[in-house]
Design a protein around this ligand. Structure first.
Ligand code: AMP
Ligand code: MG
Ligand code: MG
Length: 308
């Protein structure tokens, strides 16, 4: 196995994020197994719950990254201040360390990096038992652009007897994506995936304008981008504010690493500097191909209502 200290910092961060995401997945499964989710409502809203899994997985991810890379900027979804010395993961991923760092990322320094963390993406679905919708998202932005991402799916295969539960997918722009088989739907099928718990009239109106052959309403930004990458969906459409930078940073990196695109409804790329607003106010259009087609179908009235 390569030693982590021999590889460029960016790949060390990716390797660490890969190992940490699996540990966070174990935490998420253990809390569900123990049976007390400890749900509190954020902003007093039923559709924005936080569980002990969100809290504990975030403490694990943030504390682990900050211990391994002192001074690194990590922005997590949950508002927590205490760190967690008992949850620290210092391991590496042999898969990540065995790959060559793209030239463009070889000289990245700690000050160039912002890590965006969604400890549990699809929390609403986690509380409702739609377990394969749940992912752990660790996105690595360099100079404001999403370039690296880890998506861990703790309940992958949970309904398949005698199989290993959980999987970790990762990608780096300029290198590719790994941990799954990339497929695409035939162009004749237009399968749109969208939210199942944060729907609005504008979301529906936008999807209708795209004349889908099928609509898949599932939880999680990470899960929906995986459906696009694995050839189950053609596009992930969400013409509404609601998704935040920690929802899109990691999925965007995997999508771009595979040759796809994630923008707002105007076609603008999101940026990921540490002071950027958290909310993706312009919505999300994510595709593997035909991005311009989906953008062209967004009704003007909806574009006008969604600031860039
Ligand atoms: P969904 O597609 O509904 O699973 O949303 C993807 C991500 O964006 C999840 O992390 C959601 O919590 C978040 N999200 C989307 N819309 C909203 C909303 N209206 N309020 C709070 N979070 C939202
Ligand atoms: Mg999320
Ligand atoms: Mg979350």
């Amino acid at each position: 196995m390569s030693s982590a200290s021999d590889v460029p910092l960016f790949m060390q961060v990716m390797s660490s994020a890969h190992a940490i995401a699996s540990k966070a997945g174990m935490i998420i499964r253990d809390i569900m197994k123990a049976g007390d989710l400890g749900v509190v409502l954020k902003n007093q809203r039923e559709d924005d719950p936080q569980t002990e899994a969100d809290r504990k997985a975030q403490r694990c991810i943030v504390s682990s990254l900050q211990t391994r890379f002192p001074g690194i900027t990590v922005i997590g979804e949950e508002d927590l201040i205490e760190s967690a010395t008992d949850l620290i993961e210092m391991g590496d991923s042999e898969d990540v360390l065995s790959k060559a760092c793209p030239d463009s990322l070889k000289s990245v320094s700690l000050a160039d990096i912002v890590v965006w963390v969604d400890p549990v993406d699809g929390t609403k679905e986690y509380t409702q038992g739609f377990l394969d919708h749940v992912t752990v998202l660790i996105g690595v932005a360099v100079n404001g652009e999403s370039v690296g991402g880890v998506i861990h799916q703790p309940y992958y295969n949970y309904q398949v007897p005698d199989s290993k539960m959980g999987r970790t997918m990762w990608g780096v722009v300029g290198l590719g994506c790994f941990g799954f088989t990339h497929k695409q739907l035939p162009e004749s099928e237009r399968v749109i995936t969208t939210t199942r718990s944060h729907g609005t009239q504008a979301v529906q109106e936008t999807i209708d304008a795209m004349c889908p052959t099928e609509i898949l309403r599932v939880g999680g930004a990470g899960h929906k981008v995986l459906l696009c990458l694995e050839g189950t969906a053609s596009a992930y459409i969400f013409a509404s504010p609601g998704c935040k930078k920690w929802d899109t940073c990691a999925p965007e990196a995997l999508l771009k690493a595979a040759g796809g695109t994630l923008t707002d409804v105007h076609g603008n790329k999101y940026r990921y500097e540490k002071d950027i607003k958290r909310m993706n106010t312009g919505g999300v259009i994510a595709t593997y191909r035909s991005h311009d087609f989906y953008l062209s179908k967004v009704p003007q009235s909806i574009k006008d209502a969604l600031p860039a």
